[in-house]
Ligand binder design. Structure first.
Ligand SMILES: Nc1nc2c(ncn2[C@@H]2O[C@H](COP(=O)(O)OP(=O)(O)OP(=O)(O)O)[C@@H](O)[C@H]2O)c(=O)[nH]1
Length: 742
């Protein structure tokens, strides 16, 4: 994962880092100020026994004694002058900085100090000691000649001071404070990284932990403190090689960490592979050191410093490259790493003044290393912000996709509901049902206080559908007062949402969304959604509402055109009554129902009298007009549930379900009378027409519709024959076409 800059919090990190550094600087200043050693006695450097020139170094206050590995004891003469006794009661001590030596001791003419071993510190060495303290006999004064005998484990240098016992103690205390600060800081950072790992599960935090632990062990070993810790003191077995092994492992882990921090894998895969290989090499070298072979030490003490320097250089380059890409805090990390190198090797190349405090020289680079680790840790903490952002984005994306899925399901379910419900409905019911389904399917996904689908002239209907029903009165008054505004918005065909205020209350009381219903002008319609408070409708919610509205409109159109199609197939084009095919179907259905319910059913044949004459006298257009008006009049004269169809030409058929006998005859008479009363205006003239009606009632379960129709037809024939403009009822059995009538 590539850490990216999170805007807006830069200053926070800078302030945090400055505070950290200020705290660090203040602590150091206090530590150094509190323990200014007393003015030490001058040391006259002489030449070492093996002829190696001794660095007079410390300007007569400290002595730089090189330590060479090789197994032989190296003796360095020291001479200094103690003031006459009595000036102070405190004893004089020789303080030698804690260089890595197998043995170290002081020897005078008739005096020898106890021998100290770096890897096996004496119980009296003190906690977190930073030097070997050799108390001198109390009665010594004047010129003192001593030999510092050391058997080196590693190359390097020790610094020698002669000072009062109290001053040496303070020097030790200061060293202990600084060492505790270094170990404490590294430990704390390790715990912090463990916590971050358990929170973010990014392995980079584990790498930081390992690098920190290895650095902690390596520094504790370099300072000699590791060999005071139970169990860990077993490391003394490896002596100098163990120390190098820890150092190389820590350097490798730190480089690996920097490589990951700088996202080298993503940016420069080849460099990342090279770093991995180099870190592996450092690990192998560490393993070789731990094998404890003779000669390894000689090799590693020569190559080791260069390897560490090279590793530091690589780290600086990686951090600098990351800084170029503006990875957070990569710049300060590169600088602190550079400072580590300067502090580590500065003493060797004479970078620091000879009189520099030995404690600072010893612990300086370690403190800078802690600052480096802390800076890196702050940079790492920033990664948590990146994770959080990413997690939030993931969560948001998941929520969005879940919402999209829910909306898609709602849309599909509305589509299914519309398709299955609207198909069976007649005109009038379609629009109403569609709007009800719209609200029922929308509201579970768009929480509102109330919703209203207001439609005017929607396929000829005015509808105001409100959910919940309890809000009907409120919506009615709202629509009444805002009719014009709603209509204006509906015409724009654009959804909008707006805050709702009330004259008697402060602030916004609700939020209202208006989604126009695309109804053909002059009709208009609006879906009105209102939720209390200031919570706005989400774009997704409005999109769902728009999509559902569109779906409803499309389905209503389809349902209505399907109805029209169905009707045109069912109805007679001229009169709008059922055509013959449909009326035959109805006839069959009515007979089945009559059979099931044991009810009567009657069939009436209605035929216009002398219609040919109308055609001939007034023309076919008037004839058609007559047929239309007669059909309409018959329709009006029928009761609910009665069926009217055009059987052909000027002949209509009427089915009266549930009626027979006298009731049917009355109905037939009513029809006849209605037509007789009818006046038809056609081309400025008024026409009068009459009809003859033949009536037959189903005789029983055995009679088929065709038989009843046949009997009705014969009854009609009888009516015609008997003078027209009358109703004739068919008897049970006709004797031919000229059979009797009732
Ligand atoms: N204008 C018009 N005339 C039609 C239509 N269908 C049939 N007709 C006419 O209706 C007339 C039926 O004539 P007829 O069968 O002789 O019956 P009628 O003249 O009504 O005499 P009666 O039934 O015996 O009283 C014919 O002239 C047809 O052309 C139609 O759809 N429109």
């Amino acid at each position: 994962m590539t850490p990216t800059r999170t805007d807006g919090a830069d200053w926070l990190y800078v302030v945090g880092l400055v505070l950290l550094l200020a705290l660090f600087a203040a602590g150091m200043a206090l530590a150094f100020k509190a323990a200014q050693p007393e003015v030490p006695v001058s040391i006259q450097a002489t030449t070492a026994d093996d002829g190696t020139p001794v660095d007079p170094g410390a300007g007569s206050q400290a002595l730089h004694v090189p330590v060479h590995p090789g197994g032989e004891v190296m003796a360095t003469p020291l001479s200094f002058k103690l003031p006459p006794s009595g000036e102070s009661d405190a004893r004089w001590v020789v303080w030698v900085s804690r260089g890595v030596a197998d043995t170290i001791a002081l020897e005078g003419a008739d005096w020898r100090s106890p021998t100290r071993d770096f890897f096996h510190p004496a119980p009296t060495a003190g906690v977190l000691a930073s030097g070997y303290v050799f108390p001198l006999p109390g009665d010594w004064s004047g010129d003192v000649q001593l030999r510092l005998e050391m058997r080196g484990a590693m190359p390097g240098s020790v610094r020698v001071r002669v000072l009062r016992e109290g001053a040496a103690l303070r020097l030790e205390q200061r060293g202990a404070v600084i060492a505790a600060f270094i170990y404490g800081s590294l430990l704390m950072l390790t715990l912090l990284m463990l916590a971050l790992y358990s929170a973010a599960r990014d392995r980079i935090f584990l790498v930081f932990c390992s690098a920190n632990v290895l650095a902690l062990l390596a520094l504790a070993a370099i300072n000699g403190h590791l060999y005071q810790v139970p169990l860990l003191r077993a490391m003394a077995w490896w002596r100098g090689q163990g120390l190098w092994a820890l150092g190389l492992l820590a350097a490798g882990a730190a480089l690996q960490l920097l490589s990951r921090y700088a996202s080298t894998q993503e940016r420069h895969p080849r460099v990342a592979r090279w770093v991995d290989g180099y870190c592996l090499l450092l690990g192998l070298l560490a393993a070789v050191c731990l094998l404890g072979w003779e000669g390894t030490l000689q090799w590693i003490v020569t190559a080791g410093p260069w390897l560490v320097l090279f590793t530091l250089g690589c780290g600086v380059l990686l951090a600098a490259e990351a800084a170029r890409r503006r990875v957070r805090l990569a710049g300060p990390i590169a600088i602190t790493l550079l400072l580590v190198a300067v502090a580590l090797y500065g003493g060797e190349i004479g970078f620091f003044a000879p009189g520099t405090d030995p404690i600072w020289l010893h612990y300086g680079y370690q403190m800078v290393l802690v600052v480096f680790a802390a800076t890196l840790a702050v940079g790492m903490v920033d990664r948590v912000g990146v994770y959080r952002n990413q997690r939030d984005e993931d969560r948001q994306a998941r929520a969005d996709s879940e919402m999209r899925m829910r909306h898609e399901t709602a849309r599909a379910s509305l589509s299914d509901a519309l398709q299955s419900n609207l198909q069976t409905l007649g005109p009038g019911d379609v629009e109403w049902t569609a709007l009800r389904l719209l609200l029922e399917h929308l509201l579970p996904h768009v929480p509102v206080e109330f919703a209203a689908a207001v439609a005017h002239g929607f396929q000829g209907h005015d509808i105001c559908m409100v959910m919940p029903r309890s809000a009907q009165a409120e919506v009615d008054s709202l629509v009444a007062t805002r009719r014009l505004q709603l209509k204006r918005e509906a015409v724009k065909r654009l959804s909008l949402q707006q805050p709702v205020t009330a004259p008697d209350r402060d602030g916004i009381i609700a939020t209202e969304a208006l989604v126009p219903l695309p109804i053909h002008a002059p009709g208009w319609g609006m879906l009105m959604l209102r939720r209390s408070g200031e919570q706005r409708f989400l774009d997704e919610e409005l999109a769902l509402a728009e999509e559902m509205v569109r779906l409803v409109m499309v389905n209503v159109e389809q349902a209505l055109s399907a109805i029209n199609l169905r009707r045109s197939a069912e109805l007679d084009a001229l009169t709008g009554t059922f055509n013959r095919r449909t009326i035959d179907q109805w006839l069959q259905r009515c007979f089945t129902d009559a059979e099931r319910n044991d009810q009567a059913v009657s069939v009436l044949f209605v035929d216009l009298d002398h219609f040919k004459r109308i055609n001939d006298d007034y023309g076919h257009a008037c004839g058609d007009q007559c047929l239309r008006r007669v059909a309409a009049t018959l329709h009006q004269s029928l009761s609910a549930g009665d069926l009217l169809g055009r059987y052909g030409g000027e002949e209509f058929i009427v089915i009266l379900p549930g009626r027979g006998g006298a009731a049917a005859r009355v109905a037939g008479e009513r029809l006849r009378q209605a037509i007789q009363d009818l006046r038809i205006e056609c081309e400025g003239r008024t026409l009068e027409v009459t009809v003859s009606i033949g009536l037959a009632t189903r005789l029983g379960p055995d009679e088929k519709p065709a038989s009843t129709v046949d009997r009705a037809d014969k009854a009609l024939y009888a009516a015609k024959r008997e003078g027209r403009n009358c109703v004739r009822v068919a008897p049970a059995v006709f004797e031919g076409r000229t059979g009797g009538t009732a």
